[in-house]
Structure formats: C-alpha cells, structure tokens
Write a protein that binds this ligand. Structure first.
Ligand code: NAD
Length: 259
C-alpha cells in the first residue's frame, strides 16, 4: 500500500535504537525525510547509516538529550516544520515508589509527559496551517494495565494520555491526528535490561527468565521493533486521517481485556 508519505518531513525522537529506530526506519522506507536524535553521537550515526541503507528518505541527525529545552530547540532547529512528530524518550527506571524523591518524579514527568507536550506545542500549529499532521507518542501498555515495578512510567504516561485525549479532538478538523502507540514487550535493549535487572534481583537465570517471559505472551514471543515501526508508519499515512485520540496497543495479545 502506498502510504502517501513520500516527501514528508518527520522528527523521530530517541531513535538510535529500539522502537524509535523502528519508526524512523519505516518512515524513511516510505520516502519520509527523517530527523532523528539520541544522546550519543556514535550510536546515532550508526543508526542513521542503517536507515540510509534502506534507500528511502534523507536522514538528518541531531545528537541531543530530548528531555532538555536545549535538546528540543536543537532538533526543531534542524527540522522546524515537520509533518510528522514521533515522540519518544528512554523510559523511567523500575523500582519501589518509597525510594523515589521529588527529583526522580520530576525527571520521569519531564521525559515521558512534558517533553512530548512541548514538542507538540512547538509543531502543531504549523501542521494545522498546512492541513496535514501526524503525531505519534510512544507510550506503554502500562497505560492500560499498570506494571507494578514501573510506577514512574504508570504515573507520568497517564498524565500525557489525559492531555492527548483532550488536544487530539481539537486538531483533527485540520487533518492533524494525535495518537498514542502502546508497546507491550518488544525485543529492545530497554526490555532486555529490565529482564536482566529482575533476574539479578531474584538470582534467576537471565536466559531462562527471558524464555519464560516470551512464553507468557499469547503470541509466544516478543515484538520486533520493525513491527512497531510499520504500525507507526500506517498511523502517519494519508489513509489514517480519521484515527485520532486513540491508545493503540501492540502487544501480541498480552492485555487480557475484551476492550
Ligand atoms: P531502547 O533503550 O531500546 O532505546 C531507547 C532509545 O532512546 C535509544 O536510542 C536511546 O539512545 C534514546 N534515548 C534515551 N533517552 C534519551 C534522551 N533523553 N534523549 C534522546 N534520546 C534518548 O528503548 P525502547 O525499548 O525502544 O523504548 C522506547 C520507549 O518505549 C521507552 O520510553 C520505553 O519505556 C517504552 N516502552 C518500551 C517497551 C519495550 O518492550 N521495549 C515496552 C513498553 C514501553
């Protein structure tokens, strides 16, 4: 299917690895010029080379921390009028809420709630003027079904979700959609790191725990960042203009609810 995206411009945040890189790859593959960021220049450039090798849209890199004002200014400077914005940042660490002080909470809210809100604020009016815009926020299945050890993620992402529910209805009349894409368990550094940390805590074998975790998902496996990227590209497509304000799970059937 031609997604009607050739020549569009996208900002894809936190895209040197994992889900962000999956989204940047799928968009570029559909002819989108992507501007990607991550904090470490070396891994960012390596990711850019991989995406360029797909032979699609152009790839521009900005080495920055997207959770800072300077980082957001730098990526907006490189791509001031994006048609597509994919919001993403590293997830907060697991732990016990008794150990989290105000600074820890503020860091989580900054990364997983305020950063996407400020990037939407900076780009959405241009999208409305041009009568085309697609915003995809990478959030988490924890928005629908909280993950106990990820209280920082459960809390901060719920704030973003509530905000998006309101604003997404204000922009869709100008063909600007805003949706949240909720990953379940995907085979990325982040997820493998979380499993390794949990195994260390209980003295379990990492390989054994990984196998058990994959087997517990109805699909019997972890998701591939490529699958996530393809869903994101569809949500950004010309055809997806009637989908807005949604929280869309991609989790191999792991969420057990009917709705
Ligand atoms: P990952 O660790 O594989 O990749 C994270 C990417 O973000 C890397 O490119 C890293 O360099 C970049 N990054 C991190 N912090 C940044 C910052 N401050 N500024 C710029 N770049 C930054 O992680 P992932 O698995 O792709 O996860 C992406 C998001 O999805 C996270 O918020 C995570 O919590 C969430 N998530 C992931 C899963 C999963 O199974 N992988 C499940 C639910 C939610």
């Amino acid at each position: 299917m031609d997604l009607g995206l050739a020549g569009k411009k996208a900002i894809v945040c936190a895209a040197s690895k994992g889900l962000g890189k999956g989204c940047a790859s799928s968009l570029a593959n559909n002819g989108v010029d992507v501007t990607i960021c991550a904090r470490t220049s070396e891994t960012l450039e390596a990711a850019a080379e991989e995406i360029r090798a797909l032979g699609g849209g152009a790839v521009t890199t900005v080495a920055c921390d997207i959770t800072t004002e300077e980082g957001r200014a730098a990526i907006l400077d490189a791509c001031p009028s994006p048609d597509i914005l994919v919001n993403n940042a590293g997830g907060p660490p697991p732990g016990d809420f008794r150990d989290w002080d105000r600074d820890v909470w503020i860091a989580a809210v900054d990364a997983n709630m305020l950063t996407p809100i400020f990037l939407i604020k900076a780009t959405v009016d241009g999208m409305i003027e041009r009568k085309f815009g697609r915003v995809v926020n990478i959030t988490s299945s924890s928005v629908k079904a909280p993950i106990e050890v990820l209280g920082l993620s459960n809390g901060a992402r719920a704030g973003l979700t509530g905000f998006i529910a309101g604003v997404a209805r204000k922009t869709v009349g100008a063909n600007v959609t805003i949706n949240n894409l909720l990953p379940g368990a995907f085979d990325t550094d982040r997820m493998n790191g979380n499993i390794a940390a949990a195994a260390k805590k209980t003295g379990a074998d990492v390989a054994e725990m990984t196998k058990k975790r994959a087997a517990s998902i109805p699909a019997g496996r972890f998701g591939d960042p490529y699958e996530f990227g393809e869903y994101c590209a569809f949500l950004c497509s010309a055809q997806a203009g009637y989908i807005t304000g949604q929280n869309l799970l991609i989790d191999g059937g792991n969420y057990p609810g009917t709705f």
